[in-house]
Design a protein around this ligand. Structure first.
Ligand SMILES: [Cu+2]
Length: 318
């Protein structure tokens, strides 16, 4: 009995110690690995990009080497929008090599743009001929981040692919009623949440969760969390890709001074030192948290409006 209590105390103490230095010294974390690993997940392994995706890359011809340039037509940077519906209009050019956002009706997949309001999970936007509607947007200041992605959600990482604009909403949505129609001055006709389910004339869009912008400085390093998000099932759940966008930050392995730290289910953090998607194998069924952080050479999170440390919950089913 005494022995048991001692063990628990030691374990609790090592947790406290781990928590104390988790954000500063990766070496300490490495040392503590053996003591603080409740068996929630087994160790995840970094694996190569899956063969199924390598096949897709081949089928896509030159598209994988495209250098898309994305432009935000609306909302204009620093503009004010009256009403809670924000129409996002994008223009794509650059060296596209056949890259066109489009959802294949048969598979429900295709090239698409990741659209991120504030620091919420991204929304997929496929048909750039029609605006994407962010609905029920809360009053206040917001950021919008956009970048092109492949059908398997891996982002294009060339200069010009990523854009960020800031805008302000007046007479915005009611945070207590996340799926209601607009109030205040409405710029576009209100759409029901089911609009997405009906065929073509319906615009793509999303009733968004209430949020406002972080105090982002565009001259500072900025990490944008992209994947993983949402639900993963069957073959898509193993491996699962981690992907992100970096602005003003070169990673150590790319000749810079920054690192990206990822933490799954609060366990021992690990690092990404070159800017590429990584694939992790070994996920158990159930909910998992994924935290991505941009770390400076002293081991601290780079502050930038709170966006450089982002946690998402994903759900894995088998
Ligand atoms: Cu995607």
């Amino acid at each position: 009995m005494m022995k048991q209590t001692n063990r628990i105390l030691t374990w609790a103490l090592s947790l406290v110690l781990l928590a104390g230095c988790a954000s500063r010294d990766e070496n300490t974390n490495t040392t503590a690995t053996t003591t603080a690993s409740p068996p929630i997940v087994k160790e995840l392994t970094v694996v190569p990009r899956p063969q199924s995706i390598e096949e897709l890359v081949k089928q896509r011809g030159e598209q994988d080497q495209a250098k898309p340039n994305l432009h935000v037509v609306a909302p204009a940077n620093n503009s004010t929008i009256n009403g809670s519906t924000v129409e996002v209009k994008l223009h794509l050019d650059g060296d596209l090599k056949g890259y066109v956002p489009h959802k294949d009706p048969a598979t429900g997949k295709g090239n698409h743009i990741h659209v991120i309001l504030d620091n919420q999970p991204y929304e997929a936007y496929y048909n750039l001929d029609q605006p994407f509607e962010l609905r029920n947007v809360a009053e206040g200041k917001h950021t919008l981040r956009v970048f092109p992605s492949r059908p398997w959600h891996e982002s294009y990482k060339n200069d010009g692919a990523f854009q960020l604009v800031t805008f302000t909403v007046k007479g915005g949505g009611d945070p207590a009623k996340p799926t209601t129609t607009n109030n205040g001055q409405v710029m576009a006709p209100a759409q029901s949440p089911m609009a997405n389910a009906s065929p073509s004339p319906a615009r793509e869009g999303k009733d968004v969760t209430a949020s406002t912008a972080g105090a982002v400085d565009l001259t500072k390093p900025l990490l944008t969390y992209s994947r993983p998000k949402g639900d993963y099932a069957g073959a898509e759940a193993d491996p699962i890709m981690i992907d992100f966008w970096l602005l003003n930050a070169k990673l150590q392995g790319d000749g810079g001074e920054y690192r990206v730290r990822y933490t799954i289910d609060g366990m021992t953090p690990r690092f990404i030192d070159t800017w590429d998607a990584i694939w992790l194998s070994g996920w158990t069924a159930g909910k998992h948290s994924v935290k991505l952080e941009l770390i400076d050479k002293s081991g601290n999170v780079v502050e930038n409006g709170g966006y450089n440390s982002t946690t998402r919950e994903i759900n894995v089913t088998r």
